[in-house]
Each structure stands twice: as C-alpha cells, then as structure tokens.
Design a protein around this ligand. Structure first.
Ligand SMILES: [Zn+2]
Length: 343
C-alpha cells in the first residue's frame, strides 16, 4: 500500500461515523452537549447524497433480520422516501445491494444504542439493530415486532429505523425541549420513545426533520409546501408593461415571488415560489389609501403572477403576498410601481 492510498483510506475511515440511537435515560446528558436552538430544523452531519439519489440496501450475511423485522425495515425505508418532502435520497431493498443492514449481536453500536448507522455520502451507508432481549443497564430490549400483541415498553422497529434512515440522509438528533413538548416535531430523536409514549409509532418524518432535508436537498417542485419548522423571508418584485398608457389603455403588472437570498437558507435561497396567492393593490397617484385590485393570475414562468388593467388616470400599484397558512414562508410586499396615463 503506498502512502497516497493510506492517506485516502484513513480519510475515508474518519468520514464514516457510527452513531447510536439511544433511550430516554441518556437524553439529559446528550442534549446538554448541543448548542443548537431547540425547536428549529434538525442539526445536520456533513456530506450530502445527490438529489433524489436512489440508495439500495440488503441484509448483512450472518446477521439477517427475522421476517417481521425485514418487513418493518422496508416499511421504514418507504416512509423515509414518501415523507422526505424534498429531493433527499430514497431508500429501497434490493438483493445483493452493497449497503448492509444487520441484526443482532454483531452490532457495532455504542453501548447505549438500540440501533445505529454509518454513512459516507455519497458512496455508502450501513445500519444495525440490536437483538431482541439485548441487556442494557436499564433492562432488556424489546422490539414490538417480536410479539403478536405489542406490549407497553416495546420499541417499534419501523419508527426506530426511520430515525436511522433520517441519519443516513444527513440528519442529526433534533434539539428537543427538555419538557419534550415538541417531541413529535421530529422522528430523529436522541431518546427514542417506547410504546405508548408520544411519537413511539410515528411513521413519517416530523416537520423539523423535513425542514433540514428541504434546506439540504431542495424542494420537489416550486409549488411544494415549505415545512412550518422553517421561517423563510420572501421577496416580491413588481413591474408594469408598459409603464405609460393612453387614457383607457391597458398595462400588465407582473409580480415575481421568491425565497429571499439568505445564505443560511442553503438550497432554498432564491427559489421561485409558485402556485400561491398574490394580490394586487392600487391607488390614484397622490393618494395614500391602498385599494384592492384583485388576485393575480399565475404567470407563465414559475413564481410569477400577472394582472392586466385599463387605466383612466396615473395609478400606483403594489403586490402583496400574505403569510400562507400551514407553511414556513413570511409575507412580502413589493415596492410601488407607477403607471402614467396620457390624454
Ligand atoms: Zn437516532
């Protein structure tokens, strides 16, 4: 092995992280170590997959999960793909795939981990889940899928492995309030919940998981909803064409709505914001009160909105985007545009 290869291998090994998903007993210890603001988007690891990269996995030889666990892991992969709300990677089982998921005593998880993963985006990942009955200092691990009737205190494999798939995407554990009042904002949690505590059987990424996936992997379309765990400023521009008309002539106002250009918005900065409601307001030049001039129609370019009006006198216009319900975008108002009217 020459020096160059050795350096390369060492760098690769350093980039692979085994991180564990633990149980409630260690929450206080781990939360104290983070400085990320609670209730915001999940913290992230470094290293992204390609957008919409298809990641396939198979079972680790000698550590193959039992059938009921396989079903739950495949369901978790489908949950991750279906609820990522972004162009994050997708997951699916494929015989012979090189990304391995294993079960049992060979798990390389930390001593507190009930499951764990490694990731080296955009190349590979792996996962482990501990065996049923594994002895921790707090007791024996119980997976719900090991029982016909799920007992209280069991961990849902589908939920726990969705946490792991979230890590593989790029997500670190959500910075949850000590009270856990925001626990269901994320599946990717330091302390997993057993049945029947809140969120124990969540099978979709939470809004603050999705927020980070949107920031890192971008939206699936310009009309898609931004996570309410985000609070993104928007910009609204307005132009008139023409800017002067004869009396009774027609001008067309065009508004352009975008996510603001803020570096912390990562991939979302300057996104066109399409298929929302943008209204036009007008007033006679020299007056102060704005009057409604109607809702603008969707323009031919994503994120544009238009309205044509015939004018009798010099008129000022502005476009208004009210904060939309159910998504993490702020309101915006355009600068004023004046259209002159001749005789
Ligand atoms: Zn975790």
């Amino acid at each position: 092995m020459n020096t160059r290869m050795w350096m390369s291998d060492r760098a690769r090994v350093r980039s692979v992280r085994w991180l564990a998903c633990a149980v409630a007993a260690v929450i206080a210890l781990l939360v104290a170590a983070t400085s990320v603001t609670a209730h915001g988007p999940d913290p992230i690891f470094s290293g992204r997959w390609n957008q919409n990269q298809s990641l396939q996995f198979s079972w680790r030889a000698g550590s193959v999960p039992a059938a009921a666990y396989q079903t739950a892991i495949k369901a978790a992969a489908a949950d991750a793909s279906a609820t990522r709300g972004s162009q994050a990677a997708t997951f699916g089982y494929a015989t012979g795939a090189s990304n391995l998921i294993g079960y049992g005593v060979g798990a390389t998880c930390s001593p507190i981990g009930i499951a764990c993963f490694s990731r080296s985006a955009p190349t590979s990942f792996s996962m482990w889940m501990r065996e049923q009955g594994h002895k921790f200092d707090w007791g024996s691990l119980r997976w719900c899928q090991a029982y016909t009737t799920w007992p209280d205190g069991c961990y849902d494999v589908e939920n726990i492995m969705l946490d792991e798939f979230g890590h593989v995407e790029i997500l670190d554990h959500h910075s949850t309030f000590t009270s856990e009042s925001d626990y269901t904002d994320a599946v990717v949690q330091t302390g997993s919940h057993a049945k029947p505590k809140a969120g124990w059987n969540a099978h979709a990424f939470g809004r603050c998981d999705v927020a980070s996936l949107q920031l890192q992997y971008d939206m699936q379309g310009w009309g898609a909803k931004y996570s309410t765990c985000l609070d993104l400023a928007t910009t609204l521009a307005l132009t008139a064409n023409p800017t002067a008309v004869a009396k009774g002539g027609t001008t067309t106002l065009t508004a352009t709505l975008k996510v603001a250009n803020v570096s912390s918005y990562v991939r979302l900065a300057l996104n066109p914001v399409a298929l929302r409601s943008v209204t036009l307001q007008q007033r006679a030049a020299g007056t102060t009160a704005w009057l409604p001039a109607g809702t603008m129609a969707y323009g031919s370019t994503s994120g544009t909105y238009t309205k044509s009006l015939s004018l009798q006198s010099r008129t000022e216009f502005r476009a208004v985007f009210a904060k939309p319900p159910g998504e993490g975008l702020r309101a915006a108002t355009s600068p004023t545009v004046t259209v002159a009217v001749g005789q």
